[in-house]
Design a protein around this ligand. Structure first.
Ligand SMILES: Cc1cc2nc3c(=O)[nH]c(=O)nc-3n(C[C@H](O)[C@H](O)[C@H](O)COP(=O)(O)OP(=O)(O)OC[C@H]3O[C@@H](n4cnc5c(N)ncnc54)[C@H](O)[C@@H]3O)c2cc1C
Length: 264
Protein backbone atom coordinates (compact mmCIF):
# COMPACT_ATOMS: atom_id res chain seq x y z
CA UNK A 1 0.00 0.00 0.00
CA UNK A 2 1.24 3.51 -0.77
CA UNK A 3 1.26 6.26 1.84
CA UNK A 4 -1.85 8.41 2.16
CA UNK A 5 -3.35 10.79 4.68
CA UNK A 6 -6.30 9.40 6.58
CA UNK A 7 -9.13 11.76 7.62
CA UNK A 8 -12.18 11.15 9.81
CA UNK A 9 -14.43 14.20 9.38
CA UNK A 10 -17.39 14.52 11.75
CA UNK A 11 -19.66 16.46 9.40
CA UNK A 12 -20.64 16.21 5.76
CA UNK A 13 -19.43 19.78 5.20
CA UNK A 14 -15.98 18.87 6.52
CA UNK A 15 -15.88 15.77 4.31
CA UNK A 16 -16.82 17.83 1.26
CA UNK A 17 -14.21 20.46 2.12
CA UNK A 18 -11.50 17.80 2.45
CA UNK A 19 -12.50 16.30 -0.89
CA UNK A 20 -12.29 19.72 -2.48
CA UNK A 21 -8.71 20.20 -1.27
CA UNK A 22 -7.19 17.37 -3.32
CA UNK A 23 -7.90 15.97 -6.74
CA UNK A 24 -6.66 12.56 -5.62
CA UNK A 25 -8.71 12.21 -2.45
CA UNK A 26 -10.99 9.17 -2.19
CA UNK A 27 -14.08 8.58 -0.08
CA UNK A 28 -13.86 5.55 2.20
CA UNK A 29 -17.06 3.67 2.99
CA UNK A 30 -16.82 0.18 4.47
CA UNK A 31 -13.52 -0.36 2.65
CA UNK A 32 -14.50 -3.78 1.30
CA UNK A 33 -13.57 -2.85 -2.27
CA UNK A 34 -11.40 0.22 -1.86
CA UNK A 35 -8.91 -1.19 0.65
CA UNK A 36 -8.09 -4.33 -1.40
CA UNK A 37 -7.66 -2.01 -4.39
CA UNK A 38 -5.10 0.01 -2.45
CA UNK A 39 -3.38 -3.12 -1.16
CA UNK A 40 -3.00 -4.34 -4.73
CA UNK A 41 -1.66 -0.89 -5.69
CA UNK A 42 -4.39 -0.41 -8.27
CA UNK A 43 -5.25 2.99 -6.83
CA UNK A 44 -3.07 5.65 -5.26
CA UNK A 45 -5.18 8.28 -3.49
CA UNK A 46 -3.39 11.09 -1.67
CA UNK A 47 -6.10 11.21 1.01
CA UNK A 48 -8.75 8.83 2.31
CA UNK A 49 -11.86 10.53 3.68
CA UNK A 50 -13.55 8.04 6.02
CA UNK A 51 -17.29 8.78 6.28
CA UNK A 52 -17.76 6.55 9.33
CA UNK A 53 -17.93 9.36 11.91
CA UNK A 54 -20.72 11.35 10.23
CA UNK A 55 -24.01 10.55 12.00
CA UNK A 56 -26.22 12.28 9.39
CA UNK A 57 -25.53 9.60 6.77
CA UNK A 58 -26.24 6.58 8.95
CA UNK A 59 -29.41 4.76 9.87
CA UNK A 60 -32.79 3.67 8.59
CA UNK A 61 -35.95 5.72 8.72
CA UNK A 62 -39.52 5.02 7.57
CA UNK A 63 -40.72 7.89 5.39
CA UNK A 64 -43.87 8.67 3.46
CA UNK A 65 -44.15 5.99 0.80
CA UNK A 66 -41.04 4.06 1.70
CA UNK A 67 -37.76 3.92 3.59
CA UNK A 68 -34.71 6.20 3.66
CA UNK A 69 -31.40 4.49 4.36
CA UNK A 70 -28.25 6.48 5.10
CA UNK A 71 -25.31 5.87 2.78
CA UNK A 72 -23.08 4.71 5.64
CA UNK A 73 -25.50 2.01 6.75
CA UNK A 74 -23.93 -1.43 6.78
CA UNK A 75 -25.53 -4.32 4.92
CA UNK A 76 -26.02 -6.20 8.22
CA UNK A 77 -28.02 -3.28 9.66
CA UNK A 78 -30.37 -3.36 6.66
CA UNK A 79 -30.67 -7.15 6.88
CA UNK A 80 -31.57 -7.03 10.59
CA UNK A 81 -33.70 -3.88 10.59
CA UNK A 82 -37.26 -4.38 11.89
CA UNK A 83 -38.36 -1.38 9.79
CA UNK A 84 -36.95 -2.77 6.55
CA UNK A 85 -38.26 -6.25 7.33
CA UNK A 86 -41.78 -4.81 7.88
CA UNK A 87 -41.94 -2.22 5.08
CA UNK A 88 -39.85 -3.80 2.29
CA UNK A 89 -38.90 -7.34 3.34
CA UNK A 90 -37.36 -8.03 -0.08
CA UNK A 91 -34.74 -5.38 0.65
CA UNK A 92 -33.81 -7.01 3.97
CA UNK A 93 -33.56 -10.38 2.18
CA UNK A 94 -31.32 -8.85 -0.48
CA UNK A 95 -28.99 -7.35 2.13
CA UNK A 96 -28.91 -10.64 4.03
CA UNK A 97 -27.68 -12.41 0.90
CA UNK A 98 -24.70 -10.11 0.28
CA UNK A 99 -21.28 -11.74 0.68
CA UNK A 100 -20.52 -13.28 4.04
CA UNK A 101 -20.95 -12.07 7.61
CA UNK A 102 -17.70 -10.11 7.58
CA UNK A 103 -18.59 -8.32 4.35
CA UNK A 104 -22.11 -7.53 5.60
CA UNK A 105 -20.72 -6.15 8.86
CA UNK A 106 -18.41 -3.73 7.02
CA UNK A 107 -19.85 -2.97 3.57
CA UNK A 108 -22.20 0.00 3.22
CA UNK A 109 -25.13 0.81 0.97
CA UNK A 110 -23.37 3.95 -0.32
CA UNK A 111 -20.14 2.10 -1.05
CA UNK A 112 -22.01 -0.62 -2.89
CA UNK A 113 -23.94 1.64 -5.23
CA UNK A 114 -21.05 4.07 -5.80
CA UNK A 115 -18.79 1.18 -6.73
CA UNK A 116 -21.44 0.05 -9.26
CA UNK A 117 -20.03 -3.43 -9.59
CA UNK A 118 -22.00 -5.18 -12.38
CA UNK A 119 -22.55 -8.16 -10.04
CA UNK A 120 -23.64 -6.19 -6.97
CA UNK A 121 -27.09 -6.78 -5.51
CA UNK A 122 -28.22 -3.30 -4.41
CA UNK A 123 -28.40 -1.80 -7.93
CA UNK A 124 -31.28 -4.18 -8.70
CA UNK A 125 -33.20 -2.80 -5.71
CA UNK A 126 -32.33 0.85 -6.44
CA UNK A 127 -33.86 0.61 -9.92
CA UNK A 128 -36.51 -1.96 -9.00
CA UNK A 129 -37.86 0.09 -6.11
CA UNK A 130 -37.85 3.39 -8.02
CA UNK A 131 -35.36 4.78 -5.54
CA UNK A 132 -33.96 8.28 -5.30
CA UNK A 133 -30.26 8.67 -4.53
CA UNK A 134 -29.51 11.71 -2.38
CA UNK A 135 -26.10 13.35 -2.45
CA UNK A 136 -24.54 16.38 -0.79
CA UNK A 137 -25.43 18.33 -3.97
CA UNK A 138 -28.70 16.98 -5.42
CA UNK A 139 -31.14 14.12 -5.85
CA UNK A 140 -30.61 11.58 -8.63
CA UNK A 141 -33.35 9.22 -9.82
CA UNK A 142 -32.27 5.61 -9.30
CA UNK A 143 -33.11 5.04 -12.97
CA UNK A 144 -30.36 7.51 -13.95
CA UNK A 145 -27.75 6.61 -11.33
CA UNK A 146 -25.98 3.61 -12.91
CA UNK A 147 -24.41 4.63 -16.21
CA UNK A 148 -22.17 1.65 -16.99
CA UNK A 149 -19.79 -0.94 -15.61
CA UNK A 150 -18.35 0.58 -12.42
CA UNK A 151 -19.76 3.94 -13.55
CA UNK A 152 -22.37 6.20 -12.00
CA UNK A 153 -23.86 9.63 -12.57
CA UNK A 154 -21.83 11.03 -9.65
CA UNK A 155 -19.54 13.99 -10.25
CA UNK A 156 -16.00 13.99 -8.86
CA UNK A 157 -16.08 14.49 -5.09
CA UNK A 158 -19.86 14.09 -4.84
CA UNK A 159 -20.94 12.23 -1.70
CA UNK A 160 -23.97 9.94 -1.58
CA UNK A 161 -25.79 10.64 1.67
CA UNK A 162 -28.89 8.41 1.52
CA UNK A 163 -31.16 6.35 -0.69
CA UNK A 164 -34.96 6.58 -0.56
CA UNK A 165 -36.63 3.32 -1.61
CA UNK A 166 -40.33 3.32 -2.54
CA UNK A 167 -42.56 0.76 -0.85
CA UNK A 168 -43.99 -1.70 -3.39
CA UNK A 169 -47.17 -3.73 -2.97
CA UNK A 170 -45.08 -6.85 -3.44
CA UNK A 171 -41.43 -7.52 -4.16
CA UNK A 172 -38.83 -10.26 -4.06
CA UNK A 173 -35.22 -10.78 -5.11
CA UNK A 174 -33.84 -14.04 -6.49
CA UNK A 175 -30.12 -14.51 -6.97
CA UNK A 176 -28.01 -17.21 -8.61
CA UNK A 177 -24.86 -16.51 -6.69
CA UNK A 178 -21.21 -17.13 -7.24
CA UNK A 179 -20.54 -19.84 -4.65
CA UNK A 180 -17.19 -18.30 -3.64
CA UNK A 181 -17.91 -14.56 -3.39
CA UNK A 182 -21.74 -14.67 -3.28
CA UNK A 183 -21.86 -11.85 -5.84
CA UNK A 184 -24.71 -12.26 -8.32
CA UNK A 185 -23.97 -14.28 -11.44
CA UNK A 186 -27.54 -13.20 -12.13
CA UNK A 187 -29.91 -11.50 -9.69
CA UNK A 188 -33.46 -10.43 -10.52
CA UNK A 189 -35.57 -8.05 -8.44
CA UNK A 190 -39.31 -8.05 -9.13
CA UNK A 191 -41.50 -5.30 -7.67
CA UNK A 192 -45.17 -4.58 -8.17
CA UNK A 193 -46.63 -1.10 -7.67
CA UNK A 194 -50.34 -1.25 -8.47
CA UNK A 195 -50.57 -2.14 -12.17
CA UNK A 196 -46.91 -1.37 -12.78
CA UNK A 197 -44.27 -4.10 -12.49
CA UNK A 198 -40.52 -3.65 -12.48
CA UNK A 199 -38.11 -6.48 -13.32
CA UNK A 200 -34.50 -5.43 -12.80
CA UNK A 201 -31.50 -7.56 -13.58
CA UNK A 202 -28.02 -7.43 -12.08
CA UNK A 203 -24.99 -9.60 -12.75
CA UNK A 204 -26.01 -10.41 -16.30
CA UNK A 205 -24.94 -7.24 -18.11
CA UNK A 206 -22.34 -4.48 -17.75
CA UNK A 207 -24.80 -2.61 -15.56
CA UNK A 208 -28.23 -3.18 -14.02
CA UNK A 209 -31.06 -3.18 -16.60
CA UNK A 210 -34.83 -3.65 -16.79
CA UNK A 211 -36.34 -6.67 -18.53
CA UNK A 212 -39.18 -4.74 -20.14
CA UNK A 213 -40.83 -7.68 -21.95
CA UNK A 214 -41.14 -9.44 -18.62
CA UNK A 215 -42.52 -6.28 -17.02
CA UNK A 216 -45.24 -6.05 -19.67
CA UNK A 217 -46.17 -9.72 -19.31
CA UNK A 218 -46.31 -9.54 -15.50
CA UNK A 219 -48.35 -6.34 -15.54
CA UNK A 220 -51.07 -8.35 -17.34
CA UNK A 221 -50.68 -11.58 -15.42
CA UNK A 222 -48.60 -11.56 -12.25
CA UNK A 223 -47.70 -15.24 -12.23
CA UNK A 224 -44.42 -17.03 -12.99
CA UNK A 225 -46.16 -18.81 -15.89
CA UNK A 226 -46.60 -15.45 -17.61
CA UNK A 227 -42.83 -15.50 -18.24
CA UNK A 228 -42.91 -18.79 -20.17
CA UNK A 229 -41.15 -18.24 -23.48
CA UNK A 230 -39.85 -14.78 -22.53
CA UNK A 231 -36.08 -14.38 -22.39
CA UNK A 232 -33.56 -11.58 -22.68
CA UNK A 233 -31.12 -11.77 -25.60
CA UNK A 234 -27.59 -12.96 -24.85
CA UNK A 235 -26.01 -10.24 -27.00
CA UNK A 236 -24.05 -7.83 -24.84
CA UNK A 237 -24.40 -9.88 -21.67
CA UNK A 238 -21.36 -10.66 -19.52
CA UNK A 239 -19.35 -13.80 -20.23
CA UNK A 240 -16.56 -14.99 -17.94
CA UNK A 241 -15.18 -18.09 -16.25
CA UNK A 242 -18.33 -18.30 -14.13
CA UNK A 243 -21.00 -18.26 -16.83
CA UNK A 244 -21.40 -17.70 -20.56
CA UNK A 245 -23.69 -14.98 -21.93
CA UNK A 246 -26.19 -17.65 -23.08
CA UNK A 247 -26.29 -19.20 -19.62
CA UNK A 248 -26.78 -15.80 -18.00
CA UNK A 249 -29.65 -15.06 -20.40
CA UNK A 250 -31.25 -18.38 -19.42
CA UNK A 251 -30.78 -17.59 -15.72
CA UNK A 252 -32.58 -14.25 -16.03
CA UNK A 253 -35.87 -16.00 -16.83
CA UNK A 254 -35.30 -18.64 -14.15
CA UNK A 255 -34.52 -16.04 -11.47
CA UNK A 256 -37.39 -13.79 -12.57
CA UNK A 257 -39.83 -16.70 -12.18
CA UNK A 258 -38.42 -17.52 -8.74
CA UNK A 259 -38.77 -13.90 -7.68
CA UNK A 260 -42.41 -13.76 -8.86
CA UNK A 261 -43.16 -16.99 -6.97
CA UNK A 262 -41.49 -15.57 -3.86
CA UNK A 263 -43.76 -12.51 -4.07
CA UNK A 264 -46.58 -14.87 -3.02
C1 LIG B 1 -15.51 -11.16 -0.42
C2 LIG B 1 -16.55 -10.16 -0.85
C3 LIG B 1 -17.80 -10.62 -1.20
C4 LIG B 1 -18.79 -9.70 -1.62
N1 LIG B 1 -20.01 -10.18 -1.99
C5 LIG B 1 -20.95 -9.31 -2.42
C6 LIG B 1 -22.24 -9.77 -2.80
O1 LIG B 1 -22.58 -10.94 -2.71
N2 LIG B 1 -23.13 -8.84 -3.25
C7 LIG B 1 -22.82 -7.52 -3.31
O2 LIG B 1 -23.67 -6.73 -3.72
N3 LIG B 1 -21.63 -7.05 -2.93
C8 LIG B 1 -20.69 -7.92 -2.47
N4 LIG B 1 -19.50 -7.44 -2.06
C9 LIG B 1 -19.27 -5.97 -2.07
C10 LIG B 1 -19.43 -5.37 -0.67
O3 LIG B 1 -20.66 -5.76 -0.15
C11 LIG B 1 -19.42 -3.81 -0.64
O4 LIG B 1 -20.70 -3.29 -0.89
C12 LIG B 1 -18.55 -3.19 -1.62
O5 LIG B 1 -17.29 -3.80 -1.50
C13 LIG B 1 -18.38 -1.64 -1.46
O6 LIG B 1 -18.93 -1.12 -0.28
P1 LIG B 1 -18.00 -0.45 0.83
O7 LIG B 1 -18.91 0.22 1.79
O8 LIG B 1 -17.04 -1.42 1.38
O9 LIG B 1 -17.26 0.71 0.00
P2 LIG B 1 -15.72 1.09 -0.20
O10 LIG B 1 -14.93 -0.09 -0.60
O11 LIG B 1 -15.24 1.86 0.99
O12 LIG B 1 -15.87 2.10 -1.42
C14 LIG B 1 -16.22 1.65 -2.72
C15 LIG B 1 -16.26 2.85 -3.67
O13 LIG B 1 -17.35 3.71 -3.36
C16 LIG B 1 -16.90 5.03 -3.02
N5 LIG B 1 -17.78 5.47 -1.94
C17 LIG B 1 -18.04 4.82 -0.76
N6 LIG B 1 -19.01 5.46 -0.07
C18 LIG B 1 -19.36 6.54 -0.82
C19 LIG B 1 -20.33 7.59 -0.65
N7 LIG B 1 -21.15 7.65 0.42
N8 LIG B 1 -20.43 8.55 -1.59
C20 LIG B 1 -19.63 8.51 -2.70
N9 LIG B 1 -18.71 7.54 -2.92
C21 LIG B 1 -18.59 6.56 -1.99
C22 LIG B 1 -15.43 4.86 -2.64
O14 LIG B 1 -14.68 6.05 -2.86
C23 LIG B 1 -15.00 3.74 -3.57
O15 LIG B 1 -14.74 4.24 -4.86
C24 LIG B 1 -18.49 -8.32 -1.65
C25 LIG B 1 -17.22 -7.87 -1.26
C26 LIG B 1 -16.25 -8.77 -0.86
C27 LIG B 1 -14.92 -8.24 -0.44
Amino acid sequence: MYEFTYHRPKTLADAAALLGQSEDAKILGGGQTLLPTLKQRLARPSDLIDLGQIPDIKGICEEAGGIAIGAFTRHAEVAHSDVVRRVIPALADLAEGIGDRQVRNMGTLGGSICNADPSADYPAAVVGLKATVKTDRREIAGDDFFTGMFETALEPGEIVTAVHFQKPDKAAYAKFRNPASRYAIVGVFVARFGNEVRVTVTGAGPSVFRATDMETALAQDFRAEALNGIAVGADGLNADIHASADYRAHLVTVMAKRAVEACG
